[in-house]
Write a protein that binds this ligand. Structure first.
Ligand SMILES: Nc1nc2c(ncn2[C@@H]2O[C@H](COP(=O)(O)OP(=O)(O)OP(=O)(O)O)[C@@H](O)[C@H]2O)c(=O)[nH]1
Ligand SMILES: [Mg+2]
Length: 222
């Protein structure tokens, strides 16, 4: 068995339609960790059949799934990517290169939509506003709180992330910034997802994400 150089954490809630494409796009030497967050479809079976490590996390929430994946990871570098085919695992390669070369402690994908349908207007606006608040809170010149990212596993674990909902990606940036990490953003393409939209494609999901992230930003400024 070859040992993975990079683990990809893929939080997954009912993504049976998207997983075959996502898992066919793994860069060489990367291992997929699909965190099944209580899917009621065939996501887990499909992931297992494709050779991914499947971790089951019954507690709902993006953060619960992402963190379970981080705890299961063993590779020195851990990456995160959505499992809905809106982003291509191959685009993690330049982010990992930034971490491997020491240029970044945390490399983030800045989503650039490939079509008008990839990113609904309300979600773009919410992300824009939150990114502005985050810049103000940290001074780090970031424009997106996207899910695609790469960092060293040990360092990520040492951040002691506690958010288990939509605030997880923001908490990672806030704590990394406080710990003095170099955080670098790189443009990555963002396409329409495969399957039904759950978070930002829905107004309710966007409101939950804004609530979670605003709470973290308020706590940070106190
Ligand atoms: N919504 C949601 N997604 C989860 C959860 N656990 C894992 N995920 C996965 O987290 C990733 C991001 O969720 P998405 O539903 O794509 O969220 P989004 O990109 O903001 O919005 P849409 O693509 O419009 O649904 C996907 O791979 C989901 O399957 C959860 O509890 N809720
Ligand atoms: Mg999505």
């Amino acid at each position: 068995m070859t040992i993975a150089l990079v683990d990809i954490v893929l939080p997954c809630l009912n993504e049976e339609g998207a997983l075959p494409w996502v898992l066919a796009r793994l860069p060489d030497g990367y291992r997929a960790i699909v965190v099944d967050n209580g899917s009621t479809d065939r996501s887990a079976q499909i992931a297992e059949a494709a050779g991914a490590l499947v971790v089951r996390e019954p507690r709902r929430g993006f953060g619960a799934a992402a963190h379970a994946g981080l705890l299961a990871a063993t590779a020195p570098i851990v990456t995160f990517c959505d499992a809905d085919a809106s982003m291509d695992p191959q685009d993690l390669v330049p982010l990992v290169a930034l971490v491997e070369s020491g240029t970044a402690d945390l490399a983030l994908g800045r989503r650039r939509p490939t079509t008008g349908k990839a990113w609904p207007v309300h979600a773009r606006f919410a992300n824009f506003a939150l990114a502005w608040l985050m810049r103000r809170a940290t001074g780090v010149p970031l424009h997106d709180l996207g899910p695609m990212r790469a960092a060293h596993r040990d360092a990520l674990l040492a951040l002691n992330l506690t958010d288990r909902r939509s605030g997880y990606p923001l908490e990672m940036v806030l704590k990394a910034s406080r710990a003095g990490w170099t955080i670098v953003e790189k443009t990555t393409p963002y396409s329409p997802r495969i399957g039904r939209s759950k978070v930002t494609g829905t107004i309710r999901g966007t409101i939950v994400a804004i609530t979670d992230m605003s709470r973290l930003l308020r706590a940070k400024s106190q």
